[in-house]
Design a protein around this ligand. Structure first.
Ligand code: UD1
Length: 347
């Protein structure tokens, strides 16, 4: 079976993808600098799959170290490149960090792929490349125009997409799949792996679960005066395990020679938009947890509403995000309860 190099493989989406790859019989090697993850993730992966994948503590900015991984694992046939910095607010404060890390890492990964004859790349992009689409472009398909990025983080995703396209033009046998994620949430149903936010979470779901478990006093719903049915923002929340499965499909699509275009772009979402208040209400009703929340002013830079048209991924990859939102919210809650148990054990 083919081996897949997963950069950022101990991170949130990376770890769930590693589980799916191992379950489908792929060999994996993880490269991660552990800047935003923890080695204990490997224990979770092993507990779920029975396999402890090889791990290389490597920073993708270290091109030579990356090259040594390709030397050591000569059976690598594809790379899934997750490793990147992803905090939008931090990227505004530290733009050079984001440009250096996110762009330098991709360049090094592709350079070492070229040096070692590896031709298949899956890249983590984001729906942030669409900005706020016009209403005629909602739900948003891959044909919708990209908009000027509103943060350095978003700009790195656009630049990376362009780098991949330029490389493809220069090398006839290079294949890439660019996956534009909508809003990934939830955790593996075992609650053995999940999201580990660093400090105060920026994203909605970790803030919801941390509030419900008592770490945060209350959730702030950022704005209820948007032009949406209940006034709060609308997003396409996609279960991280559904998202992870799409990566396996993307790898198969290339390795099985089905990728006619050199660069294929897919939106990964459910096709269903949910408002912040809908998420809050569903979370309370599904988990029975107490979730204090207040309406707060709008958050700067937020877009009003975006959700995916995933028809292309549904048809071409034969993939669908079909886990009911109730199960997704339950998984996020079970993960937060698991983290609480670990904290209590330590205390
Ligand atoms: C953000 C990034 C996006 C990135 C994604 C990673 C922006 C503009 N976009 O998406 O580029 O790929 O994270 O997951 O920053 N909310 C609250 N209270 C909270 C937290 C969030 O009401 O405490 C609301 C937000 O206003 C938003 C929704 O929840 O309407 C989702 O927010 P979030 O989880 O941060 O994701 P995005 O902003 O959509």
């Amino acid at each position: 079976m083919s081996r897949i190099l997963v950069t950022g493989g101990t991170g949130y989406i990376g770890s769930h993808t590693v589980v799916c790859l191992l379950e489908q019989g792929y060999d994996v090697v993880i490269a991660d600098n552990l800047s935003n993850s923890d080695l204990r993730v490997l224990d979770g992966i092993e507990a779920i799959t029975g396999i402890r994948p090889p791990f290389e503590k490597t920073d993708c900015l270290d091109c030579e170290a990356l090259g040594r991984i390709f030397d050591r694992y000569s059976d690598i046939e594809a790379v899934i490149h997750f490793a990147a910095s992803k905090a939008v607010g931090e990227s505004v404060e530290k733009p050079l960090l984001y440009y250096r890390n996110n762009i330098g890492s991709l360049i090094n990964v592709i350079e070492q792929m070229n040096n070692h004859g590896v031709k298949h790349l899956v890249f983590s992009s984001s729906c942030t490349v669409y900005g706020q689409p016009d209403s005629r472009h909602l739900p948003v398909s891959e044909a919708a125009p990209r908009r000027q990025a509103t943060s350095p983080y978003g700009n790195t995703k656009q630049i990376n997409e362009d780098i991949i396209t330029d490389v493809a033009h220069s090398k006839a046998d290079f294949r890439a799949v660019i996956l534009r994620y909508f809003n990934p949430i939830g955790a593996h149903p075992s609650a053995l792996i999940g999201e580990l936010p660093n400090g105060v979470p920026n994203n909605l779901l970790p803030f919801v679960t941390q509030t419900a478990i008592g770490i945060r006093k209350e959730l702030k719903v950022f704005g209820n005066d948007y032009n949406t049915p209940d006034g709060s923002c609308i997003r396409d929340y996609i279960y991280v395990m559904d998202l992870a499965r799409a990566h396996v499909k993307a790898v198969e699509y290339m390795l099985q020679g089905k990728a006619d275009e050199q660069v294929s772009i897919f939106n990964l979402g459910t096709g269903r938009g949910l408002s912040v208040l809908e998420i809050v209400k569903k979370f309370i009703s599904v988990t029975g947890a107490n979730l204090p929340y207040v309406i707060a002013p709008r958050r700067e830079g937020d877009i009003e509403q975006v959700w995916a048209d995933p028809a292309k991924a549904n048809k071409v990859l034969g993939w669908k995000a079909d886990t009911p939102i109730e199960d997704v919210l339950t998984s996020a809650w079970r993960w937060e309860q698991h983290l609480k148990k670990i904290r209590e054990k330590k205390a």
